[in-house]
Design a protein. Structure first.
Length: 456
């Protein structure tokens, strides 16, 4: 992986020629409000996007990971967009998995032939930008001709927009909201009630007590998907963070991270958790084999179809280090990939922005983010005020619960090199669960390897 990053840095020079033909590059820091007049006496700076025109047909390649009914819905929306914009054709290709998607994008950058649009997590977008292969959104958003008005920009969910700005790159906006979800706790409430519990756990101590009761009764406690986002969420819930503010130092030696690793050690030592692969955790929770799973809210449609009765299961914020109070709020992970524009030609980049702006219209994101095929959230505030949203949330209570949890979401790191750190985290989690490492050994190994990865 480190060699890969060095290769990306080297290939950035190969891609440099694209920069001359594919401006804009985005402005440093927050740009002025869209369509706002220039300050009196100041020099008027020309936005390079305003001079671009789509006079000829443009074909875009869009790489993503949607599958099944969600991919079909996305393709339906793409088809509608193309019907309304006959000069723009979009060829969407699913890689089916974010790791495969990332690997293919890295290879395309190294080959000098990236796609035009990609689904990307924040840390992945940072890697693409470091390679000189990604175009910031700033000039597009603030274009007088093609941009967003102040009211339109303010309509996006604030935390979703916040996640798209990269402080390590002077606040440039490298991504745009696309598939938003959050990390939630799923509880089989039929099993919980049979054990004497009427509600999901509030703290990790509550969680352990319920797991112990479940195991004692002959069931399993926690079907654990080994995933770095789950670890990040536990660290957040203990009041900590996983990386320094400047994105250069892992914080796995800090109290919150130590507590998270010790929690995993307790779960492993007492056999309260087991590692689940694929969708085994979903199947085990719905069948009553196990009490808990912790996953993205995108699992809501699957569990809703399996349980059929909302009273049989619960969706809640993940347990916390201490019970929330009037002055402290629970915290979880806010995630889900965004979309990024790759550096190609001014015309293709403008066509890509035109599609993204259309896809996030209130009426369109209502269809993409309020659908049982994917479990995503709408990205516009006005969408949640529409009657269609009220009707959907009323008919899908557990989806509403997950949406409510998202208000407590915290974005994961966007640091260059974090994709490799995620693998390091997962190695540590697996080592603890399998008994190969203690929490202390995992913490030491994670610190050493992550420090090297972030310095590469």
């Amino acid at each position: 992986m480190q060699q890969r990053f060095r290769s990306i840095a080297a290939v950035a020079m190969v891609l440099a020629f694209l920069g001359a033909c594919s401006a804009p590059t985005g402005s440093p820091g927050p740009a002025p409000a869209a369509n706002a007049p220039a300050a009196s006496g100041s020099a008027i700076q020309t936005n390079p996007v305003d001079s671009v025109q789509l006079t000829q047909p443009v074909t875009l390649t869009f790489w993503h990971r949607q599958v099944g009914a969600s991919e079909a819905l996305q393709q339906q929306l793409i088809d509608e967009f193309m019907a309304q914009n006959p000069n723009i054709k979009i060829n969407a290709e699913s890689l089916g998995d974010y790791n495969k998607l990332y690997d293919k994008i890295i290879a395309s950058i190294q080959a000098g032939s990236p796609p035009d649009l990609v689904a990307a997590y924040e840390n992945q977008a940072a890697d693409y930008y470091e390679a000189g292969a990604l175009v910031p959104f700033d000039d597009y958003i603030h274009s007088a001709k093609y941009g967003l008005t102040t009211d339109e920009l303010n309509d996006y969910i604030p935390s979703y927009i916040e996640a798209t700005h990269f402080s390590q790159y002077d606040g440039k906006q490298l991504t745009f909201p696309y598939t938003k979800s959050d990390l939630v706790l799923y509880t089989n409430m039929d099993l919980a009630r049979s054990l004497g519990f009427d509600n999901p756990p509030v703290t990790w101590d509550d969680f352990l007590a319920m797991c112990r009761a479940s195991v004692t009764s002959g069931h399993q406690g926690y079907a654990m998907a080994v995933d770095a986002s789950g670890f990040d969420g536990v660290v957040f819930s203990f009041g900590g963070d996983v990386i320094s503010a400047d994105g250069k130092t892992p914080l796995f030696d800090q109290p919150a991270s130590v507590k998270a690793l010790q929690l995993y050690e307790t779960l492993a030592r007492e056999k309260l958790a087991y590692q689940a692969t694929g969708i085994d955790d979903q199947n085990d929770v719905t069948s009553g084999k196990t009490l808990f799973m912790m996953r993205s809210s995108t699992s809501v449609p699957f569990l809703a179809a399996a349980f059929k009765d909302d009273g049989k299961w619960a969706v809640s914020v993940i347990p916390q280090g201490t019970a929330p109070s009037a002055t402290t709020k629970p915290v979880t992970v806010l995630y889900g990939a965004n979309v990024s524009i790759m550096k190609t030609t001014p015309e293709k980049q403008l066509a890509a922005w035109t599609f993204i702006k259309w896809l996030t219209r209130p009426e369109v994101t209502a269809r993409w983010g309020l659908d049982t095929s994917n479990g995503y959230f709408p990205v516009r505030q006005s969408t949640l005020q529409q009657q269609v949203a009220a009707e959907f949330l009323s008919a899908n209570q557990r989806f509403k619960d997950a949406l409510d949890v998202s208000r407590n979401g915290k974005v994961e790191p966007s640091a260059h090199g974090w994709a490799e750190v995620r693998t390091i985290i997962q190695d540590g989690m697996t080592g603890i669960l399998t008994g190969r490492m203690t929490a202390a050994q995992a913490q030491q190994q994670m610190m050493q390897r992550a420090t090297v990865a972030l310095a590469a």
